[in-house]
Design a protein around this ligand. Sequence first.
Ligand code: BEZ
Length: 228
Amino acid sequence: MGLRLGDTAPDFEAETSQGPIKFHEYIKDSWAILFSHPDDYTPVCTTELSAVALSSADFKSRGVKLIGLSANDVASHHGWIKDIDALTNGADPLDFPIIADKERKISVLYDMLDYQDATNVDAKGQPFTVRSVFIIDPAQKIRLTLTYPASTGRNFPEILRVIDSLQLGDKYKITTPANWRTPGGTEKVIVHPSVQGEKVKELFGDDVEVVYPYLRFTSDPSKKDKAQ
Ligand code: BEZ
């Protein structure tokens, strides 16, 4: 059976572009994003890794450690990282490790291999990885899984948006609505369904708009913290 939300992220040891790591030691008590891409020196992957390098400050400011993965060796990663850094004009050198999973041990452990796209294979016909994302919390539990095909580059602002939603929800007993913090969407959040009775006023004061008894909007509580 595949990995599910709430499972402990499996631990592993791996060679990476920044030397050997033990995964749980690497993430320690941070949030982490483990993400795979199909292959080094490929166009969509190159745009993805340079986009992540350019937003590395956004991940750091949220306490998130990044770690990439593909079924290539360390030497290949090092050569390709030079191309990625040249693309971003060295403005934001890629500063997180990329796992060298040539033997596909971690790809199998995390169910990242492509079994539907016969073009996404190496010279021996072995499947490459797809574009998987795992968001892992400081308790090392999996909080999001996402799988994109090789043909489609991911939307990293969306992944940052999910991190914001998870971190806010863990702290304030709220959930976030459709299109939250997107153009045309809303900044308001939703009172968690488990918050009932006197607790509603205790946690959110009078700032609750009841659309239905089960749909109650409130302002982003972190903004009030910042204003104090
Ligand atoms: C790419 O990154 O462009 C790519 C990689 C593997 C298959 C298709 C596209």
